[in-house]
Design a protein around this ligand. Sequence first.
Ligand code: NFS
Ligand code: SF4
Length: 680
Amino acid sequence: MASEEAKETLKVVEKEKKKIKPEEKSVDPATIQMLYKAQQDGVETIFDRAETMKPCNIGIQGTCCKMCAQGPCRLPLTKKDMEGKDTRMGLCGATPETIAARNFARMIAAGAAAHSDHGRGVAEVFLAASRKESEDYKIKDENKLKEIAGDFGVSTTVLVDGEEKDRDIYDIAVEVGEKILGEWGKQEGEIYYAKRAPKARYELWKKLDVIPRGIDREIVEIMHRTHMGVDQDYENLMKQGSRAALADGWAGSMMATDMQDVLFGTPYPIHGEINLGVLKKDHVNIIVHGHEPLLSEMIVVASQDPEMLQYAATKGAKGIVLAGMCCTANEILVRHGMPIAGNYLQQELALITGAVDAMVVDVQCIMENLANIAQCYHTKLITTNTRCKIASGDTIHIQFDEHHALEDAKRIVKTAIDNFPNRKAEVLIPKEKEMMVVGFSYEAINYHLGGTFRGSYTPLNDNIINGRIRGIGGVVGCNNARTMHDSAHLIVVKELLKNDVIVLTTGCNAMACGKAGLLTPEAARIYCGPGLAEVCETVGIPPVLHMGSCVDNSRILMAATEVVKAGGLGNDISDLPAAGCAPEWMSEKAISIGQYFVASGVYTLFGVNLQVEGSPVFKDYLFNGMEKVFGGKWDLVEDPYEMARKMIAHIDAKRKALGIDKARERVLMDMADRQKLEAA
Ligand code: NFS
Ligand code: SF4
């Protein structure tokens, strides 16, 4: 009996020992509070599993190959012959370089596929709307449609009796939509948007023979080349990796962004709120989670429908809160100012509030454990996309179809309302929520920094040239349960601001910044160096510009291109005093994004790990060799302070190469003089 008791005590001790310390897991108070609630409710989250399950020590180095059934071949950490030559190889003889490059290329393929297949879904809806087959979607931004029509060689006018007249907007849309949809299946030639890049970049790509032919083709070719016994040259593998990544950034993602703008409106600065505190105890709470705005746009409409609001009232609710999670959130935030409940690592925690009546998901970054947590509370987890169903738990599937989109959306909202009276656990909603100003499409930046009646990037360039703004930092990407939630994001961003580097952001980094109060014009005075603060305060913008979701990283490519075109800062993206990073990345999409930035000429730093340590030769190619090819390269820096320092050093080197390093010194001297005067 005693020994049984001892065993029980031991079990308790074991459990206690494994208990995570929430303060060590996140810098976000709302997250910390919900992790305590999870412990109290006996609910396990990703934060717990990250503690107990460690990554495989071979896989993490990128040198585990399971491309055929003779493996998995797990290469030892070292094995050298008498001359010190690396003799590690898989059964077939695959070297560490080949294995690591194949794994890396496959991550690009998966990431590019995810973004681009999202784009394809948008293209289908875009065409349905253009052909007036769907009543619920309309062409909203006609100007943007006319602009992109030019890229596809589609005329916006027609000749009527020898006279040039404006063409019907829906006729233009059909022709543009067909051209766009054709980009996936194209076998020959070049993707249309390659020519959007600065001329020098386009010509470099042409010389290197990396301009994507069609999106699907480049992704399929990676899968072919990485099959057992095909491409065994890491540089050649990465050439294809670059093609597929460019097909993502400059086609799949970029077209997704553009079509979404045409259908739902191009984002312009708008207010929003973020963090779990946006949920309301006495309201029906619906969270839309995932990536595509197609359905969530309709849920926005359905949740504001008077009929739905009345129905909610009959169930005793004071109203309906619709909040977003992950990039779906960014999409409806930048266009409608809808609130965001949180970023990637907060998805389970939203359910732990006990206040979420339905979580509606589409695709990507959706944790399967949501199904288990939903069962612990009362939440209905609803999948909506044929590509993403969840077998676990009581997940229900309500198929979303663009031909009766609003009807589907209403059904979903109704399901949530019906579930409102079923709340069972104690409801605890953190009070944290922050205000933010978001929606800086590259068109909006043009307008805001341009200032005059006709916007341009010239004033931004002038401020970079005169040194008030030291350079541009793109800080993007995920959360990763292997690192402290939001911590690296915020350190990097704050270090950049302090050093007068303006920050462009998307994805989960944007949300981390929002929660920390960095997306407000007032943040300029608090966090920025004097030069950047002056510019932001004059124009009235936040020092961190929220540009949207992860497919909207294409907006950063366009902003960089506009900066090049405005003149005075070299003639290619690789000349700009700019750098990009993803301090807490985890998704394969991030690798595709990283590679298209590198291939576009950007110095790109990732945190956490890159799974290439097992192949020093391949790693050196990514971190050094690629710069000779593309003028951009990869880097891995775990320490966020060091990451910011390296970005700034790169920016300064580019300033020097442009001959504008002296200007900055003058500005800083002026600034010091002024401060002295003010102090006197
Ligand atoms: Ni981007 Fe957005 Fe977040 Fe990462 Fe996932 S939500 S598409 S992949 S985790 S930033
Ligand atoms: Fe091993 Fe070669 Fe098969 Fe990979 S492809 S699992 S290295 S035998």
